[in-house]
Design a protein around this ligand. Structure first.
Ligand code: UD1
Ligand code: CA
Length: 454
């Protein structure tokens, strides 16, 4: 039987109090819907059908792909009504897996449990026994333990509210039965909505067996309805990320203060201090040490590199044994060869720093090629921008740039040259020699400092 996964994602998410559709809110840097689509794709279904509605064009734009069918729900009349919008594009002989766009923590493994062959041609719900069942639909079982219906929180009696087994919103159903049941559901409930959950009792009436597969890990069931849920889900994903890194052999000084929004690949004996944030694609080779409060985005650091506290790296490729920070900012296209030192309050952009060179304090290096064993003094600025274009600076091997030097690009400093501190260099400086470009020091003997009268 062919499988169609239908993802319900048309709701506004009123409780989020947002202009952004709920399912587009990010978790660990990715919208929550993308997690659900990922799991759906791994099931390799015939069809992935997303029911969209509120600000739905934004969803279509973001997830536009040939393997997704879109069903529009123009008015959000409930989950049953939402699923009904997808039915015309689902073949009668297929089976349907319903997922919710606002339940992103569910794992592939848990969903697969619904596809055991003993559940074929029946109705099977993924349920969860939770500590706090508030706001979820309760699973009503009869005396012999089989499922009879689902009662929503607002329609539940006080004793039904005590039930801790809840509906995760994920269910596997045969399309031919479902088409009939969806036609029968009504809005005779507290929310005046077409509840998808009402198909359960209709299936039972039609003689179907309704099974409940209980999740092992209740955190997977978390449906995100408000910003509290979103914050909790974020921490769950981050603690999953942290566990994975610990398994791979990283030291996390505090796994509760670690954030990964993308992919992090690590070598051996990597140490990550508190409040580090990794975004995009980051690779840390063996023995890399990341200090506290560091942000690293789309970067790769070689063996034994150290990033000291409060540094921001974006688009950096570093060789082995570099020391960066504290308080360094490295912007896209910064390439550091081996044994480079970049110190505090140094900004680097689109530059190549060759091995054993040092830029230790308070400098801006942009559009620059720096040779090997160069020492760049404190407060050096490559003046790369003339208000219109960016210009290149080239600094040869073994150059010594004195503190407070302005290098007005385009400019070249020859191999082994020395630039005197405080120079403003506007012409190429020759190799091996000392170049000075600064005003002469004078002392005015008769000068008196003005004094305040009283
Ligand atoms: C729903 C279930 C509840 C379950 C819970 C799990 C129903 C009636 N209730 O409740 O039993 O415990 O999920 O998280 O099904 N949606 C639409 N169109 C609509 C309404 C909703 O597409 O008209 C989508 C939403 O975008 C969301 C999903 O359906 O992704 C669930 O809707 P929501 O309103 O959050 O349902 P809950 O009240 O959480
Ligand atoms: Ca929900």
């Amino acid at each position: 039987m062919s499988l169609a996964v239908v993802i319900l994602a048309a709701g506004q998410g009123t409780r989020m109090r947002s202009d952004v559709p709920k399912v587009l809110h990010p978790l660990a840097g990715e919208s929550m819907l993308s997690y659900v689509i990922d799991v759906a794709r791994q099931l390799e279904p015939e069809q992935i059908n997303i029911v969209y509605g509120f600000e739905g064009e934004k969803l279509k734009e973001k997830f536009d792909s040939s393997d997704i069918t879109w069903s529009h729900q123009s008015e959000q009349l409930g989950t049953g009504h939402a699923l009904a919008q997808a039915m015309p594009s689902v073949s009668k002989n297929s089976e349907i897996l319903v997922m919710c766009g606002d339940t992103p923590l569910i794992t592939l493994q848990s969903i697969k449990a619904l596809f055991h062959k003993k559940y074929n041609e029946q109705v099977t719900l993924l349920t969860s026994v939770v500590e706090d069942p508030k706001n979820y639909g309760r699973i009503i079982r009869n005396n012999s333990g089989s499922i009879e219906s689902i009662i929503e929180e607002r329609d539940a009696t006080e004793s039904e509210k005590l039930i801790k087994e809840v509906n995760t919103g994920i269910m596997r159903l045969p399309a031919n039965g479902l088409k009939g049941w969806l036609k029968k559901i009504d809005i005779n409930n507290k929310q005046k909505e077409f509840y998808l959950t009402d198909v359960v009792s209709l299936a039972v009436k039609d003689g179907y067996q309704v099974n409940g597969v209980i999740l092992d890990d209740e955190s997977e069931a978390l449906g995100i309805n408000d910003r509290y849920d979103l914050a909790i889900a974020e921490r769950i994903i981050q603690s999953r990320n942290a566990s994975m890194l610990l398994d791979f052999g990283a030291t996390l000084i505090d796994p509760d203060r670690f954030d990964l929004r993308g992919e992090l690949t690590i070598g051996k004996d990597v140490v990550i201090d508190v409040n580090a944030i990794f975004e995009g694609n980051v690779i840390l080779k063996d023995r890399v040490k990341i200090g506290p409060n560091v942000v690293i985005r789309n970067s790769q650091l070689g063996n034994d590199c150290q990033v000291l506290e409060n540094s921001v790296l974006d688009g950096v490729t570093a060789g082995n044994n570099c020391i960066i920070g504290p308080f360094a900012r490295l912007r896209p296209d910064s390439y550091l060869e081996n044994n480079v030192k970049v110190g505090n309050f140094v900004e680097i952009k689109k530059s190549n720093i060759s091995s054993k060179s040092k830029i230790n304090h308070l400098s801006y290096i942009g559009d620059t090629i720096v040779g090997e064993k160069v020492n760049i003094g404190a407060g050096t600025v490559t003046c790369n921008y003339d208000g219109d274009k960016k210009h290149q600076t080239t600094i040869g091997d073994d150059v010594f740039i004195g503190s407070g030097t302005m290098l007005v690009a385009p400019i070249e400093v020859g191999k082994s040259a020395t630039i005197a501190a405080g120079s403003t260099i506007t012409k190429n400086a020759p190799a091996d020699q000392l170049t000075l470009a600064r005003g002469k020091q004078v002392t005015i003997k008769s000068w008196k400092r003005p004094k305040k009268k009283n």
